[in-house]
Design a protein around this ligand. Structure first.
Ligand code: FE2
Ligand code: FE2
Length: 193
């Protein structure tokens, strides 16, 4: 399998699996309490801090300068998302500064990503796939906010957060194409397991 084929298949598999989920299915599982914009934003804080931290952990443990820089940008973006969401929660009457989204520990996805030891695995799972999931979840959250009449939260996601997550996914694709190629073994099959 060539690198391009591998990336295309990974993309197709992800889209097919995520396409099976009904909108609320992707939003509900992590929420404590009712499915409201406020409760979903609290979950979003946890996702953003975890995305910040996993990118930071990987940044210091890769020798690949291009990957380091991609992760550095991601650390900054995800931390900015956290701040923007905390500000929005504040505007909605919730004191996010007194809230620790990691009080109950890291989630299963973070724990899984933290076990990945090679750069190609990290880029495939962490940037390419996780960010694709983020894009789909965000799209569904934007629809949810609009249906709930919260235009401001919808705009924050549509105009600021979502374009960044899309960029992370695209960067993951570019890096993965190169890394999968470099990890290819003679004879044509890529050593990317
Ligand atoms: Fe983010
Ligand atoms: Fe992201």
């Amino acid at each position: 399998m060539t690198a391009a084929e591998f990336v295309r298949r990974l993309d197709e598999d992800t889209q097919r699996l995520l396409g099976r989920l009904a909108p609320d299915d992707t939003l509900k599982p992590e929420v404590a309490g009712d499915l409201t914009v406020l409760n979903l934003l609290k979950v979003a804080l946890k996702n953003e801090i975890e995305a910040t931290e996993i990118a930071a952990r990987w940044l210091v443990t890769t020798d690949d300068v291009e990957v380091k820089l991609a992760l550095a940008r991601q650390v900054g973006d995800e931390a900015r998302h956290y701040r923007l969401i905390a500000d929005r929660l504040h505007a909605l009457g919730f004191a996010a500064t007194a809230f620790n989204p990691l009080a109950k520990g890291y989630g299963p996805l973070f724990q899984y990503l933290d076990t990945l030891g090679t750069t190609v695995e990290r880029v495939a799972a962490g940037q390419f796939t996780r960010e694709a999931i983020a894009v789909i979840k965000n799209r569904q959250f934007i629809e949810f906010c609009e249906a709930a009449g919260d235009r401001e939260t919808a705009a924050l996601y549509r105009d600021v957060i979502e374009p960044d997550e899309r960029h992370h996914h695209a960067l993951g694709r570019t890096l993965l194409l190169r890394l999968a190629d470099e990890n290819a073994v003679p004879g044509g099959s890529a050593n990317i397991e």
